[in-house]
Ligand binder design. Structure first.
Ligand code: PLP
Length: 370
C-alpha cells in the first residue's frame, strides 16, 4: 500500500547522516534532535506546543489523562475508526459513546454528536479519517456550548488544513483543545519505527502532558501525578525533521495520484470516488472507494492476483467488535458506518506512485467490471 523504500532512497544521504550523528552523539532519549523537531513541528502547525511521545495511541491516552477525565465520564467518538481511538477511552475506564459518520466524508456527523451528549459527556474525539478534516466548525460550536473538551485524532491527516466559513485556515490537530498524531511509518509523516505527538495552544495542558509522558515527574524522582513512559527517540526525531521538510510536497504527490485515480474511476458504475469536503484540504492518507453491487473482497482478490495490494479500512466497526461489545449497541445502530464497513476498499496511495503504476492499478480495477 506504501513504498517506503523508494521514498527513503530519495532522502537516503540526509537520513543516513542524521541517524549516524545521533548514534555518535549518544543522546538517544530527549536529545537535541527531539527538541529541534518539536520546535519545527510547532512552527509548521502554527501551534504553541508540541509534546512528542512514543506513538499515536499514547498521544490520545496522555491527552485524556491531562484533561483529568474520570472513570464513568463519557467520551464521544465515531464507530468508523481505527481501534486506538476507542481503545484508550476504554483503557482509562471512561465510557466510549459511539456515533455515526457522514456518508460522503466518512467523518463524524455533527448532528449525531449533538444527539449523543448527556450530562456525563466530558470530551469528543473527532477523527480526521483518511486525510481530510471532520467538519470542525459545528463540532467546536456544539462542544463549547456544552462545555465539552475536543481532542482531535489527527493520526491520518497531518498537514491538512481546515477551512473556516470566513475563509481562514488552520492545520488539523490545532483546532480543538488538544490534537494527537501518529508517526507510524505508513503515516503521511512517518518515522522509521513508532512515534507520536500531542499539540495544544494551552500552556497549562502542555506542561501537564510533558510531565505525564515522563512518568508524572517534573523534578527527577519526585512524582506529582501518575504518568507513563512515552518518549520519542532521538533517532526518530532526526528522521522526522528531514521528512517534515518534505511533508507538503508529499501531500501534493498524494493529491496528484488521487486526481489521476479519480479520472479513471469517475464514470465506472459501482464505484464512488472519494468526496472532497468544502471545509478541508485532503492529504490522502488513503484513497478509499465506495463500491456498490460488487463483492469488494473479490475485487481485492483480483487486484492481489495482479500483484496490487488493496485493503479494507475498516471491515468491522467499533460497535460490532468483540472487545468493545456493549449492550447499548447492536447491529443496525449506525447505518452509515455499517454500510461503509461493508463496501469500502482502499487502493495503494503513497508519495512514490508513478503514472505507469497508477494506470496499471486503474486498468486492473476497471477490468474487474468487464
Ligand atoms: C485514526 C488513528 N488513531 C490512532 C492511531 C494510533 O497510532 P499509533 O499506531 O502510532 O499508536 C492510528 C494509527 O494507526 C490511527 O490511524
Amino acid at each position: 500500500m506504501v513504498d517506503l523504500k523508494r521514498q527513503y532512497e530519495k532522502i537516503q544521504d540526509e537520513v543516513d547522516k542524521a541517524v549516524l550523528n545521533v548514534v555518535r552523539s549518544t543522546q538517544y532519549i530527549n536529545g537535541p534532535e527531539v527538541k529541534a523537531f518539536q520546535k519545527e513541528l510547532e512552527s509548521y502547525l502554527r501551534v504553541r506546543h508540541v509534546v512528542p511521545c512514543a506513538n499515536g495511541t499514547d498521544a490520545l491516552q496522555v491527552a485524556m489523562m491531562a484533561l483529568d477525565l474520570k472513570p464513568g465520564d463519557e467520551v464521544i467518538t465515531t464507530s468508523f475508526t481505527f481501534v486506538a481511538t476507542v481503545e484508550v477511552i476504554a483503557l482509562l475506564g471512561l465510557t466510549p459513546v459511539l456515533v455515526d459518520v457522514d456518508p460522503h466524508t466518512f467523518n463524524m456527523d455533527p448532528d449525531a454528536f449533538r444527539k449523543a451528549i448527556t450530562p456525563k459527556t466530558k470530551a469528543v474525539v473527532p477523527v480526521h479519517l483518511f486525510g481530510q478534516s471532520a467538519h470542525m466548525e459545528p463540532i467546536l460550536e456544539i462542544a463549547e456550548t456544552n462545555g465539552i473538551y475536543v481532542i482531535e485524532d489527527n493520526a491520518q491527516a497531518i498537514g491538512a488544513e481546515y477551512i473556516f466559513s470566513n475563509g481562514s485556515k488552520k492545520k488539523t490537530g490545532t483546532l480543538g483543545h488538544i490534537g494527537c498524531t501518529s508517526f507510524f511509518p505508513a503515516k503521511n509523516l512517518g518515522c522509521y519505527g513508532d512515534g507520536g505527538a500531542i499539540f495544544t495552544d494551552d500552556d497549562t495542558l502542555a506542561q501537564k502532558m510533558r510531565v505525564i509522558v515522563n512518568h508524572g515527574m517534573e523534578t527527577r524522582y519526585y512524582h506529582d501525578s501518575v504518568g507513563v513512559n512515552s518518549r520519542l527517540d532521538s533517532i526518530q526525531a532526526a528522521i522526522l525533521r528531514i521528512k517534515l521538510r518534505h511533508l507538503d510536497n508529499y501531500a501534493e504527490a498524494r493529491r496528484k495520484a488521487a486526481a489521476h485515480y479519480d479520472k479513471m474511476f469517475r464514470d465506472q458504475p459501482g464505484l464512488t470516488i472519494p468526496a472532497r469536503s468544502d471545509w478541508s484540504t485532503h492529504v490522502f492518507h488513503q484513497y478509499t472507494l465506495k463500491t456498490k453491487g460488487i463483492d469488494r473482497f473479490k475485487l481485492q482478490e483480483h487486484l492481489m492476483d495482479n500483484d496490487i495490494p488493496a485493503m479494507v479500512y475498516y471491515p468491522v466497526p467499533m460497535h460490532l467488535q468483540k472487545a468493545y461489545n456493549d449492550p447499548r449497541y447492536k447491529e443496525g445502530d449506525f447505518p452509515v458506518t455499517e454500510a461503509l464497513s461493508s463496501s469500502v476498499i482502499s487502493l495503494p496511495m503513497h508519495t512514490e506512485l508513478d503514472e505507469e503504476q497508477i494506470v496499471y492499478i486503474g486498468r486492473t480495477v476497471l477490468s474487474f467490471f468487464k
